[in-house]
Design a protein around this ligand. Structure first.
Ligand code: 2P0
Length: 332
């Protein structure tokens, strides 16, 4: 199904702004049980459910304002972005899904306070903030599940960035994807810490979208991924409910490495790691062997996200002095 057809069933035919300015924030998120592979590339419907933790105040802030101009204006971190840049084109075609042709053009100002070099997906928080701001501007008053589905149409992982805390993106079974939405889990974990370890800042050669498509199409190993992902998600959920950090860390680390195994088994091979990534993994395994409860997860890039508890923060920071530590459940 086309995005336009799904949206046409949910929103009025005439879609015009009800106010001239709207703004919203959405957090970045780190998946503990990953999304990798689509069953529908048009609607970003996943092959498997995933579970993430949102990063509190690290994320994207988006402001939309109506302007008297022939074209939309896109700014990223206060810098104008050219109309033909892929970033601008993605945003404008996303907006076009939700507005009438004669709706006023918009200035779209996005600010990310995510360390860009850390390899955190800004598309997740970016599309979630855009979906929220647009919903206000147009007066749609979408319930959270609908907002999550709208964000997903921009980028799959954005469905999770609509919410704070632990978030599960249910894969759904419907053709229109309206049951493929995220929900917040009713649990907090104030002692949980996430360390952003930047080992290489270079842009990744293959983006997530193309990478997951290549994996689905070429890696035989991918056949085992849905089972692994479903099993891991259940364990992560249990770990969160029982606050079992060992189960959380072990499962998240193995889930990430299993995902990377399917990437490596693609053709041409997809290896997102740098030598420094492997050195960091080995250091973590060494520290763990010495008794430090420290685990990691990784996404489609060379950097690591460390998982540990508040009580071990000094020991972890001593081993990784440049670590940026996030406390997802602690209000700053
Ligand atoms: C995740 N990633 O669960 C996984 C783990 C990367 C590795 O979600 O094509 O940018 O926009 O739906 O959401 C990154 O994929 O891809 C991602 P699209 P997206 O966090």
């Amino acid at each position: 199904m086309r995005k336009q057809d799904v949206i046409a069933k949910l929103l009025p035919a005439t879609r015009l702004p009800v106010c001239s300015v709207a703004e919203a924030f959405a957090p970045s998120n780190i998946a503990l049980s990953k999304y990798w592979g689509k069953r529908d590339a048009e609607l970003n419907l996943p092959v498997n459910p995933s579970l993430s933790v949102s990063l509190g105040r690290l994320g994207s802030h988006t402001r939309l304002s109506c302007i008297d101009a022939a074209q939309d204006e896109v700014l990223l971190n206060d810098q104008p972005v050219a109309e033909d840049d892929s970033f601008s084109r993605k945003i404008v075609s996303y907006l076009d899904l939700f507005r009438s042709e004669d709706a006023p053009r918009l200035r779209i100002e996005t600010r990310n306070n995510i360390p860009t070099a850390a390899g955190l997906a800004s598309s997740a928080s970016g599309f979630a903030a855009l979906a929220k701001a647009l919903d206000q501007l147009m007066g749609f008053n979408s319930p959270p599940a609908q907002l999550s589905a709208f964000a997903r149409m921009g980028s799959g992982s954005a469905s999770r960035s609509i919410f704070d805390g632990f978030v599960e993106w249910q894969m759904g079974v419907r053709e229109d994807g309206m049951d493929s939405v995220a929900v917040r889990l009713p649990a907090n974990w104030p002692a949980l810490r996430i360390g952003l370890l930047t080992v290489a800042a270079a842009a990744k050669p293959v983006g997530s979208r193309a990478g997951m498509q290549r994996t689905v199409e070429t890696a035989h190993l991918y056949q085992s991924w849905p089972l692994q992902a479903n099993t891991d998600l259940e364990k992560i959920r249990e770990a969160i409910i029982t606050q079992d950090f060992t189960l959380l860390g072990q499962t998240a680390e193995r889930n990430a490495l299993s995902m990377h195994a399917t990437m490596i088994a693609s053709w041409p091979p997809l290896l997102y790691w740098q030598p420094e990534s492997v050195a960091a993994m080995q250091r973590i395994w060494q520290l763990r062997a010495e008794g430090l409860p420290l685990y990691f997860t990784m996404d489609a890039g060379p950097n690591l996200k460390l998982l540990f508890l508040e009580q071990d923060q000094a020991a972890v920071s001593a081993a990784f002095p440049d670590l940026q530590v996030v406390a997802p459940f602690v209000q700053p």
